[in-house]
Ligand binder design. Sequence first.
Ligand code: WT7
Length: 693
Amino acid sequence: GTIGTTPVYIGAAQFAAWKHTQLILDVVEGRGGMFSLDNGTGRRFLVRSRAYGEREIAMLHKADRLRAMQASIESDADSFWLVEAHRLDWSTFPTKADESSFDHADFGIRWFADGELNVSVNCLDRHLDTRGDQPAIVFEGDEPGEGRTLTYRELHGHVCRFANVLKANGIGKGDRVILYMPMVPEAAIAMLACARIGAVHSVVFGGFSPDSLADRIADCGATLVVTADEGTRGGKRIALKANVDSALERASDVDTVIVMQRTGGDVAMREGRDIWWEDACADVSDECPPEAMNAEDPLFILYTSGSTGKPKGVLHTTGGYLLWSTLTYDLLFGPEEGKDVADDLFWCTADVGWITGHTYVVYGPLSNGARTVMFDGVPSYPDPGRLWETSQRLGVTIFYTAPTAIRALMRQGDRWVTRHDLSSIRLLGTVGEPINHEAWEWYHDIVGRGECPIVDTWWQTETGGALIAPVPGATETKPGSATLPLPGVQPELVDGEGHVLARATQGNLVLTRSWPGQMRTIFADHDRFFQTYFSTFPGTYFTGDGARRDEDGYYWITGRVDDVINVSGHRMGTAEVENALDEHVLVAEAAVVGMPHDIKGQGIHAFVTLKAGEEPSDALRQELRDLVRSEIGPFATPDVIQFAPDLPKTRSGKIMRRVLRKIAEGKPDEVGDTSTLADPAVVDVLVAHRMAS
Ligand code: WT7
């Protein structure tokens, strides 16, 4: 049957792929030549297709295709999304697209809800005929050149084997599995193996402490943990298995720990609970029939920080998330006309412990049949040229990283970059925080030889994939702006009362319409999901970010407007750090705010009040630092700990954080009105201390 009335707009690469996979059975009439549509210029074909019967397809260049997509959403969004759904292989094709509502009465996020598919089939099986022997994952270890390549066929075999191991250990559809892994192919294998059998993975970044790991295990009720003996980072070892052991000392439902050998380091194995990955996979079949999953079945939970102390289990589901990863990967990083996706080597430097690693190291690239790099090292090891040496050696063509890394490397001087031949790179990307002008210029001129477009992608753990970003070849970029919303994304800026602001302005960034990659709930706390994101400005999703919109409609993200800080691209709730500090017996109260930091973007400034009679000391300061490291993880270590005799509070006892932020920033003249403080004199004391320190 046919869907909708507008033609299907695709690019040349997609056209070729669809012919290849027999989605297009026959070109009935190729009108050829150039033609003009309202939406652009391109070539037009009448095709007979498996999906739409006889249907017109318009092959457009990127800029035109983007405009055509926008127009097609305007005219008939459901048809548009059902056409886009053909980017995936479904065992049951959906008949409905968006059934979401942001309103309290009929609240819920649902996409493609009567469709069925399996994510691992989309990332692996469907490529086997056409790309079986092509590299899927290019692994680069901590030591330069320590690596290996897995083809799609090899990856498929490993995933099926590990899926069978999970099953043999009692894991089935809906069960939660914690992955606490280095950046090795086994992390992706474990993710895809979960997806294959319908288990829900929750990856916990290897930099998190045993306590944070234990919290996450408990919150999602996981029964199995996958880890490694040790991780390696810049030549140092990370005691992953030992951390799991101490996390599991707290009561939990975990009865199996699967341990892969990464370093061969000596680790304790507990009889009856711990098994080696290699042993478990040894005599297992490499065939594993995929579980047919409903589009709205959970795919994974990923914990992220919010304004309260308790991390949120962001839940993403199967169909919408995979479509959004697949579509946005193609729009942002896909091949140029006439090229194949595998002509590129894509390197996203994010760890799989964060959403960027999920969407743009694993799911987006693999679903598109791309070649994706997994890097288990750090940019500074063995020297500050590592990323560029590796890019040259591997032949990376698309490089995607965080501004904090760019700023840190910029400090080291151009020679670390220019001594390498980076001519293979054609496209650069950034993610995680606003990029300052200086870093943008350096990235563009020195890393990109002044020739590569920079794709600045704004998004969040909650959004599944990029929402505001330029489409290379179609969107003009402006340094420091994430540019324009992608198709189907509808941002608005609202004032404090929720009034929508028109035209060029500044305000709170909200989204007024759902998109397929949107998170569906906070695991086991649907009410908190609604309260956190949809109650501040009713009828909209509130991002927690502020933004400016210029005369061309371009968005400039100004940063968080809530109590969330962004330290080296790591998102943190100030309340989490406060809770950790509060654990110390001598601490009466702690208040944590972000402060500007040249490299990290934001640093952590903690104001700490001690219990009556206790004296501040450098030793205590160090103890508090260590406490935060062990409670949360090294990346949360405060940059400044300022002992404060008192904190600025309103008469109702609320800490006035804007005052603390200005003191931390070193701008005491901007603290503003302090007349509502219970004791305004506190401010002067804190300012004097800050200046003295
Ligand atoms: C927060 C989300 C997106 C995956 C990595 C971080 C900030 C993200 C940008 C950007 C300016 C950005 C926002 C957002 N952010 N990308 N391109 N420009 N700010 O995911 O940990 O969920 O953090 O990162 O403040 O809300 P996350």
